[in-house]
Design a protein around this ligand. Structure first.
Ligand code: DX5
Ligand code: ZN
Length: 220
């Protein structure tokens, strides 16, 4: 599967957003990872629907919206979700997971189910027909700058094998949290193909284009 980079926009310098997006376009960045938090599902607040709408006016790079909110099905209509976008909802965040995923697909977007480090893979059993991707959280969601939960590396491998075994080899795996250059290589080898790049790779130092090239090299 094509290895793709999705920079975590909560880590981006808002004062430099125009030049950041220009760099991303020049570097062929595939998605913009948008962390949405409600202070309930995770103890933090970050970006919102208006930020997503503003980005849509500034660039054609598809959005990769990560909903870390309770009962996300309540909010899908207030986000600019459309063809080419990914929307991830957490299995832990709603009793109506299948309905939420079907709503995302009905909007023409790609549906992704996110699982926290402690959540078993079997949670995916009855939504496999509804998803285009699995978001394997490699940190506990809520904050940038955290350290990888070590056992999630093996979990990536197990998710890849599980999907292939069940006949869902087309379903992608995104990883999110402490995707450093070093960790990215291990995550790629384990089977991930979409990399949420935050403070530990794309947004370090001042050479963003160089960081992107280095990350692409790391996941080859
Ligand atoms: C954590 C967020 C991540 C985070 C990644 O809840 O979902 O997207 O911003 O940032 P780093 O790379 O610093 O872990
Ligand atoms: Zn995220």
């Amino acid at each position: 599967m094509k290895k793709q980079i999705s920079p975590s926009m909560m880590c981006a310098d808002i004062a430099e957003i125009k030049s950041t997006l220009k760099t991303f376009e020049e570097c062929g960045i595939e998605y913009l990872h948008i962390d949405i938090m409600d202070g309930a599902f995770v103890p933090n607040f970050t970006l919102g629907p208006d930020y997503c709408k503003a980005l849509k006016k500034m660039t054609n790079i598809p959005l990769d919206i990560h909903l870390m909110v309770e009962k996300p099905e309540r909010f899908l209509d207030i986000f600019p979700i459309g063809f080419g976008d990914y929307v991830a909802v957490h299995v832990e965040s709603t009793p109506h997971l299948q309905r939420a995923l079907a709503m995302i697909k009905a909007k023409g977007a790609k549906a992704m189910v996110a699982i926290n480090p402690a959540t078993p893979i079997s949670a995916l059993d009855y939504v496999l027909p509804d998803i285009d991707g699995v978001l394997v959280m490699t940190v506990n969601p809520g904050f940038a700058g955290q350290k990888l939960v070590p056992q999630t590396l093996e979990k990536i491998q197990q998710v890849r094998a599980y999907l292939d075994r069940k006949g869902y080899a087309h379903v992608e795996i995104e990883v999110d949290g402490n995707v450093s250059f070093e960790n990215a290589t291990k995550m790629s080898t384990a089977g991930a193909n979409i990399f949420v790049a935050g403070t530990s790779s794309v947004f370090t130092g001042t050479d963003m284009a160089g960081n992107i090239a280095k990350l692409r090299e790391a996941v080859l």
